[in-house]
Design a protein around this ligand. Structure first.
Ligand code: UDP
Ligand code: MG
Length: 321
């Protein structure tokens, strides 16, 4: 590991962002050049299959502070973020999305807040999501409400992955043995002194979302199962409820039998069988989620491979974390 040679690293995960990289560079560079401190920009190309890589190389030719990190294959937003954080050299790192939904102009404010108040974490909290779709707002609202319950620590609302981390925080993250960590939950959990900067979420500058419903669902599942075993208890409570219900029904059935009344209809039987089948599948699925996490952790495979790093281009790369 290299010591913090620079004050600031800006880490940007990118997956098929050919439409925005040019706009991003044009807006980010003046902000960073105006800072009195030395900086680097770490663009993490998360296995893009479009022209992102070529455009990045073009921009890097006359922007020496732009460093390109290319992952071998698409590893996902969180892994790409970690790849950037674990390779960056700044005393502070700010992670930001490539699509300009988070304003780069807030970066100096975050840095100043961290330096002045001695904070390790500065969250970018969205106080206005009016540019997001109604569906995104609804799902995000539910997600953040759930996350606050699960983490059980102070967690800023609607703080996504636009945030500043100190070197100490990055090293604490690196020391975690966890696979598939959800950064926006694990960072509040680490408990470093933190502050926040509010901003209005802008609309995506260009291109389309790289977070389709499927990935949002995966993120939500990871978020819960990485923090809480509570869903496993659902199975127990369903079991208890089932026993109570069955006992009541058994008493009624026995009374009906001795009362001479024949059992009427198969409807209740049919519903009970279907219901129990569904409950069993649900519980199996829940178990599977946790066993899957154990499996991935035990395998201990790296979350990503760095195929290319423009900082030491030409040298053979060793697999990262
Ligand atoms: N991203 C990534 N790998 C992926 C998916 C997304 O590096 O597999 C990046 C993407 O390029 C963007 C950021 O993660 O910089 C957030 O994605 P996006 O803006 O599409 O998500 P949304 O804002 O729609 O939730
Ligand atoms: Mg976005």
């Amino acid at each position: 590991m290299t010591g913090p040679a620079l004050t600031l690293s800006v880490v940007i995960p990118m997956y098929n962002e050919e439409d925005v990289v040019g706009l991003l560079a044009a807006r980010l560079r003046p902000v960073l050049d105006a800072l009195p401190d030395a900086y680097e920009v770490v663009a993490v190309d998360d296995g893009s299959t479009d022209a992102t890589a070529a455009i990045l190389s073009g921009i890097a030719r006359d922007w020496p502070q732009l460093r390109i990190l290319r992952l071998r294959g698409n590893s996902g937003h969180q892994a790409a973020l970690l790849a950037g954080l674990f390779s960056c050299r700044g005393a502070y790192a700010v992670s930001i999305d490539a699509d300009l939904q988070d304003p780069p102009e807030k970066i100096p404010e975050m840095l100043a807040l961290a330096v002045d108040k001695g904070l390790d974490v500065v969250y970018g909290a969205r106080d206005d999501r009016s540019t997001d779709t109604a569906f995104k707002r609804l799902t995000a609202g539910l997600y953040y409400r759930m996350m606050r319950r699960v983490v059980g620590r102070r967690m800023p609302n609607h703080a996504g992955d636009f945030r500043l981390l100190s070197r100490a925080t990055i090293e604490a993250l690196r020391a975690l043995p966890e696979r598939q960590p959800v950064l926006r939950m694990i960072i509040p959990w680490l408990g470093f002194p933190s502050g926040e900067v509010t901003y209005a979420r802008e609309a995506r500058a260009a291109g389309s979302t790289k977070y389709p419903l499927r990935k949002m669902f995966l993120l939500a599942t990871d978020s819960i199962t990485s923090f809480s075993a509570a869903p496993l208890r659902i199975a127990t409570w369903l079991g208890v409820g089932g026993v109570v219900l069955c006992s009541v029904l058994a008493v009624i059935a026995i009374a009906a039998h001795f009362g001479g009344a024949t059992v009427s209809g198969w409807t209740s039987l049919y519903i009970a069988v279907l219901f129990l089948g569904a409950v069993q599948l649900l519980c199996l699925g829940l178990l599977g989620e946790y066993i899957g996490r154990i499996f991935v952790t035990v395998q201990g495979r790296p979350m990503y491979f760095i195929g290319y790093d423009s900082l030491n281009a030409g040298q053979p790369m060793t697999p990262e974390q």
